[in-house]
Design a protein. Structure first.
Length: 319
């Protein structure tokens, strides 16, 4: 940048560096998606096209930024977990927020026709974004568990709500009144006894949301000239709908045990050499895998685990 007498205005910029040594959750959330999904005739309670389009936009972020260890999305939101050692954009919150949400929105719009075919996009969607720092692995696990449990609560409510509207011939106001104050077991019972719907048979993507993560794949590669066989290890980006509330998920995947230093270089700009960051007292703790909730919110045949809340905040916002 050229020097000039006007350069003093840069001093008005505010430092927004995220705390070193912490995992960073970058959460993207749809703004006004109740109206957007209604205007674009999304299927209720779940539109597979819309959810898979969200997953595609999430993949774009995962592929562009190798510092992202895992991502979780449902409905109109997606959360991306940056490694605590990440120096992406010198950990400037404004830079991370602006690039993530713009890339996500651009990918959503770019891939619209792949999932919705000839159905036109009437107007562009809008997403907001924020960054949250978490110093310990357990907090990251609890954060992702919170989002998945919230997905279950909202999906059970929305499934019950729209079943009453579509099959029970109730008005939206009547359906809302019917469900007011009900717990998960009552919703499950109503779906099964009145409409023959077993909630456990619902698509896992609808019940649990989508997890984006890498799995290591080994394959034998033969040198065409020498005939020598070697083992090649590569990272494959996958979409999973597993129960991440269970400790078995974290024991199986060991996602937070790795460091970004062992992953492939990011496509982002190189950042200055960091100053020593504070040591996370929980980085070598083994307690992370033992203090997790063990219940699967959809494992019961006729009822689910106790709801932290009885109703979602928006009965019709599911994508």
């Amino acid at each position: 940048m050229a020097n000039s007498r006007f350069e003093y205005v840069r001093k008005f910029e505010v430092e927004d560096t995220l705390t070193r040594g912490c995992y960073v959750v970058v959460r993207i959330d749809g703004r006004g998606f109740t109206k957007f999904t209604a205007d674009h005739d999304f299927e209720k309670p779940n539109d597979r096209r819309g959810l898979e389009l969200m997953n595609e936009a999430g993949k774009r972020i995962m592929k562009d930024y190798s510092e992202v260890l895992i991502a979780y999305g449902d409905s109109d939101e997606f959360s991306f977990v940056l490694d605590r050692d990440s120096l992406l954009y010198s950990r400037r919150a404004s830079k991370i927020i602006s690039t993530f949400v713009s890339a996500f929105t651009a990918s959503y719009m770019f891939n619209w026709a792949r999932f919705f075919g000839d159905k036109p996009m009437l107007y562009p969607p809008c997403f907001d974004c924020r960054c949250i720092c978490y110093p310990r692995k357990k907090l990251i696990k609890d954060y992702l568990s919170w989002r998945q449990v919230d997905c279950h609560i909202n999906n059970l409510y929305n499934t019950s709500f729209w079943t009453l509207v579509h099959k029970g011939n109730l008005s939206p106001k009547e359906a809302e009144s019917r469900l007011k104050g009900t717990q998960s077991d009552a919703k499950n019972e109503m779906l099964f006894t009145e409409f023959g719907i077993n909630y456990n048979d619902e698509d896992p993507m609808f019940k649990r949301g989508s997890i984006l993560m890498y799995e290591m794949v080994k394959e034998d590669v033969t040198n065409p000239k020498t005939g020598k066989v070697s083992v090649k290890t590569s990272r494959n980006l996958i979409v999973s709908h597993e129960d991440l509330v269970s400790p078995k998920f974290w024991a199986k995947h060991q996602i937070l045990s790795s460091s970004s230093s062992s992953s492939s270089p990011s496509k982002s700009k190189p950042t200055p050499k960091p100053t020593p960051s504070p040591q996370d007292p929980s980085s070598s703790s083994s307690k992370d895998s033992t203090n997790e909730p063990t219940s699967d919110s959809s494992s019961s045949s006729s009822s689910s685990s106790t709801d932290p809340q009885t109703e979602p905040t928006d009965p019709s916002s599911s994508s």
